[in-house]
Design a protein around this ligand. Structure first.
Ligand code: ZN
Length: 120
């Protein structure tokens, strides 16, 4: 990939892995790349990573806070109540559910194989 700086925080990244080579515009201020991956997933794409390293920044500055270790740990701060054992469940007087009955149809079963067309 080759870089061309258009403005202070906007760069044009030429990706030569495509044929013909494609150009992507990366805007570090509005956090957008015209490939759309950054806006869609929140994770910087390869074009953004090239622009970030060219601007001598770190990728950590451009990651959303919900990808941090602290956000992950905050997910499990709340106490989860475990599901009690099946033995302790309340009894139900309703009839027990069973699978539907399968009836065999009359006649020869259809042959799903398709024979090749003969020239005759
Ligand atoms: Zn991109």
């Amino acid at each position: 990939m080759s870089m061309t700086r258009i403005a202070k925080w906007i760069a044009q990244v030429k990706n030569k892995s495509y044929y013909p080579a494609r150009r992507f515009i990366v805007d570090l201020v509005s956090r957008s790349c015209n490939c759309g991956h950054w806006e869609l997933s929140g994770l910087p794409c390869a074009h953004v990573m090239a622009a970030i390293s060219h601007a001598r920044h770190t990728a950590k500055e451009y990651l959303p806070k919900y990808f941090t270790k602290q956000a992950y740990l905050n997910t499990y701060v709340v106490m989860f109540k475990p599901i009690p054992d099946k033995v302790t469940w309340d009894r139900c007087d309703r009839p027990k559910l069973s699978p539907p009955e399968i009836t065999k149809k009359i006649g020869r079963p259809k042959n799903s194989r398709k024979r090749a067309a003969t020239g005759q």
